[in-house]
Write a protein that binds this ligand. Structure first.
Ligand SMILES: [Zn+2]
Length: 188
């Protein structure tokens, strides 16, 4: 059992596990759904997520991964598949009901609505493919995230630390996501 104390102030009265800090400052701690978290995080897919949501505090966000999880779908693909789905539906509708379906605003809304299931299916399939392709990088990312959650944060000094390193969240978090299994003390 390691005795944790802050490398800056030498105390342990103001420190807390990163995972606990993030958990206590994030109101929506998990969701088993296609969770959109915005920014560069992409679509998380069917997995618990504890970061990046609108309910996460500034501190929780600073202590969360800054990089997209490997295998996540970038929001770009959602919009482009929605657009393509809408165009596809528009062509199909025009073909089937022409000339009853015109160019009105209502028709545009109809196309866009009809494009949603197509976009949803496309994104879902892309997600499965992408996740499979990057499963090794994804596993490492999850290990790094777990490692980060086991580090400690000192509220007095605004630093995160493990046994050997410490730094501001902005420096320490990217550092953790550059570690190998070996550097984190894991086999393989
Ligand atoms: Zn301290």
């Amino acid at each position: 059992m390691i005795h944790w104390e802050c490398p800056a102030c030498g105390g342990n009265d103001a420190i807390q596990r990163v995972g606990a800090v993030v958990g206590s400052q994030t109101s929506d701690t998990s969701g088993m759904a296609l969770t959109y978290v915005g920014g560069d995080h992409g679509i998380l897919g069917v997995a618990p997520s504890v970061y990046g949501g609108v309910n996460a505090s500034r501190l929780a966000q600073r202590l969360s991964p800054y990089t997209m999880r490997p295998g996540n779908i970038h929001p770009f693909w959602i919009y482009s598949s929605w657009l393509l789905g809408s165009v596809g539906c528009a062509m199909w509708l025009n073909n089937r009901f022409s000339p009853h379906v015109g160019d009105g605003l209502m028709t545009t809304f109809l196309w866009m609505a009809a494009g949603i299931p197509i976009a949803g299916l496309t994104v879902f399939l892309l997600h499965l493919m992408h996740e499979f392709e990057q499963r090794h990088a994804r596993r490492l990312w999850h290990t790094q995230w777990a490692y980060l959650n086991d580090c400690y944060y000192c509220f007095r000094d605004d630093i995160v630390f493990d046994v050997t390193h410490h730094g501001r969240p902005e420096d320490f978090v990217p550092h953790v996501f550059s570690l190998s299994y070996e550097e984190m003390g894991y086999e393989e």
